[in-house]
Design a protein around this ligand. Structure first.
Ligand code: ADP
Ligand code: ADP
Length: 237
């Protein structure tokens, strides 16, 4: 469970990214955040894995106030809370397999990763996760040989390989065409349901949000201005 209690965030230049946010997100929910550019969607999402740090309030992830964690505990938080980005953030020159296996904690930059010496169970896990997004046939391709949609599917496999209980997706389909966007959203929804992973996705488009979300949170100027199930959005529009 994720609980924001009076959470505010003021950036160093004085911009208020979040204003007094109070919200609870339950285990296994699929929540979509909508709002115009600058509404605070990224700031909200990034607070949950401490890519940004709110300046006030309490932010509980499974009863721990994550605004206080640092060092080793911060790395643990970022393993539990996986992240997917608009631009995929794969290592372009590395193979698909190597990218996915890097989701396992501690491989990046180690001697194992330099010599491709990974424990067998990690390789199996990476392969299984590639299968879940139908990308196992591209195992040995370099990441930059894939289309955008394929790269985003690989990034889903990578995040799954870190065994997260929460996935944050910051505009995961903003660089993709509509059919590919639907495909990526379908995979995110599928793994949310199969593994009961709490999933929070930022989207520009309300139509897409309504198609996939359990619950929609609308933001404007750093505040939550709507929070409800899709059926309530339908009543209001
Ligand atoms: P969204 O994701 O909805 O586009 P953001 O969370 O990126 O919104 O931004 C919320 C507000 O905070 C905007 O006014 C934006 O310009 C500002 N902002 C975002 N990141 C920073 C930053 N690093 N420093 C200063 N202001 C920022
Ligand atoms: P998006 O809204 O698509 O996430 P932006 O173009 O708003 O991307 O922001 C890109 C980067 O610039 C982010 O790291 C964000 O935190 C930062 N940023 C956004 N607005 C500002 C701002 N007003 N001042 C400083 N940094 C900002």
């Amino acid at each position: 469970m994720i609980t924001f209690k009076d959470v505010s965030l003021v950036y160093p230049n004085g911009t208020q990214g979040l204003k007094n946010i109070n919200v609870k997100i339950n285990e296994g929910e699929f929540v979509v955040i909508v709002g115009l550019s600058g509404a605070g969607k990224s700031t909200f999402i990034r607070s949950i894995n401490r890519m940004v740090t709110p300046t006030n309030g309490e932010l509980l992830v499974d009863d721990e106030d994550i605004l206080k964690v640092e060092g080793k505990d911060l790395r643990k938080l970022r393993t539990k809370v996986g992240m997917i980005f608009q631009n995929y953030n794969l290592v372009n020159r590395s193979s698909v397999m190597k990218n996915v296996i890097s989701g396992r904690l501690g491989h990046t930059g180690t001697l194992r990763s330099i010599f491709n010496l990974y424990p067998k169970e990690d390789k199996i896990k990476a392969y299984d996760n590639l299968r879940r997004v139908n990308m196992e046939s591209k195992l040995y391709n370099r990441a930059d040989q894939l289309s955008g949609g394929q790269q985003q599917r690989v990034s889903i496999a990578r995040v799954l390989t870190q065994d997260p209980s929460i996935i944050l997706a910051d505009e995961p389909v903003a660089s993709l065409d509509p059919p590919t966007s639907h495909q990526v959203m379908t995979y995110l929804r599928k793994v949310n349901q199969e593994d009961n992973i709490t999933t929070i996705v930022n989207l520009h488009f309300i139509d897409m949000a309504m198609e996939y979300a359990d619950r929609i949170i609308g933001m404007r100027d750093g505040e939550i201005v709507f929070d409800g199930p899709v059926s309530e959005v339908e009543e209001k529009t």
